[in-house]
Design a protein around this ligand. Structure first.
Ligand SMILES: Nc1ncnc2c1ncn2[C@@H]1O[C@H](COP(=O)(O)OP(=O)(O)OP(=O)(O)O)[C@@H](O)[C@H]1O
Ligand SMILES: [Mg+2]
Length: 288
């Protein structure tokens, strides 16, 4: 049975004086999903994600955002304070430097744990484990200003994952990263997800979305335009046209070669190999 982690009912958000960023969102995020939110710049992705952890509240009276805590009870974000939600829904900002403000990586990660009153002996283990998960093992005493942007991005994500939230929301985790770094980030988010937690990313990288997400929500002008598996959403030409989204290059190339149902590079490789084998097996006329 699927259990909801988050439920949004009729959520509107208007920034003063009159920017309608969300125009009636109904969305349920299920526990254990790896959800990718996609859409053009300004379509409302960040505004939507900031409602998940109560950073923003619906501006209409009827709008409601319900969060299910570890004990299973649902609470409305409007009735909770931010720190009460921090252990349940973690949010990583679009720009990692907005949330890094300590002199060492260990202090950066300890900040959230201190707020959650995690005992000191447990903190050390959790910090080491999380730094290792994000490929920063042994960087406890490193000053974040000496690290690359990619490393700071991973540190920002680590500072959220260290609190082991039920739902981790990461706004554009791979922007500004080279492809290898982007993949490293998606790999550790996949590991976090495999441990039974819910991961939500906002991304413009369709190849990574196709490979890692179990569900895709496409936004347009503050609405949910499409919601389904990557195969369903990337298969809808109307959605791709309206959002200016180009499907993953592997899918485009495979379609040109006449191969259907291909989204990722590994799928393209298997489909090409299968098509080669099929043509090798074709009966040929005997030569006289
Ligand atoms: N603090 C704000 N004050 C006023 N308008 C805002 C504010 N933040 C966002 N907006 C507007 O709300 C709309 C949705 O913005 P949002 O940042 O949610 O989009 P997005 O899909 O995350 O875009 P991007 O891909 O560029 O990050 C846009 O028109 C944007 O200009
Ligand atoms: Mg955004």
């Amino acid at each position: 049975m699927t259990t909801s982690a988050l439920e949004l009912h009729d959520v509107h958000h208007v920034y003063p004086p009159d920017v309608q960023a969300l125009r009636g969102i109904d969305l349920t995020v299920n526990r254990g999903e790896f959800l990718a939110i996609i859409g053009k710049n300004g379509s409302g992705k960040t505004t939507l994600a900031k409602h998940f952890n109560g950073l923003l509240k619906p501006t209409n009276a009827a709008g409601r955002v319900l969060v299910r805590g570890a004990q299973g009870a649902r609470s409305e974000t409007r009735k909770l304070r931010l720190h009460q939600l921090a252990g349940t829904i973690g949010y990583v900002f679009q720009n990692p430097d907005r949330q890094i403000f300590h002199d060492t990586c260990a202090e950066e990660l300890a900040f959230g744990l201190n707020n959650m009153r995690t005992p000191a002996n447990e903190q050390e283990q959790r910090i080491a484990r999380t730094l290792s998960l994000v490929g920063l093992a042994g960087c406890e005493e490193t000053n974040p200003v000496q690290m690359s942007r990619g490393q700071r991005q991973r540190l920002a994500i680590a500072s959220t994952l260290v609190m082991e939230p039920e739902v981790a929301v990461i706004d554009e985790p791979t922007t500004g990263q080279d492809p290898d770094e982007g993949r490293i980030i998606l790999e550790f988010l996949a590991q976090y997800n495999a441990a039974g937690r819910t991961v939500v990313i906002i991304s413009h990288d369709m190849a990574l979305v196709a490979e890692y997400a179990s569900r895709v929500v496409a936004m347009r002008h503050g609405h949910v335009l499409a919601d389904g598996t990557p195969r369903e959403v990337f298969g809808r030409t109307d959605v791709l046209e309206q959002t200016n989204i180009r499907p993953p290059q592997a899918a485009v190339l495979a379609a040109r070669l006449g191969l259907t149902n291909v989204l990722t590079v590994p799928e393209a490789v298997s489909a090409m190999a299968a098509s080669r084998n099929a043509s090798a097996d074709e009966e040929r006329p005997c030569m006289s």
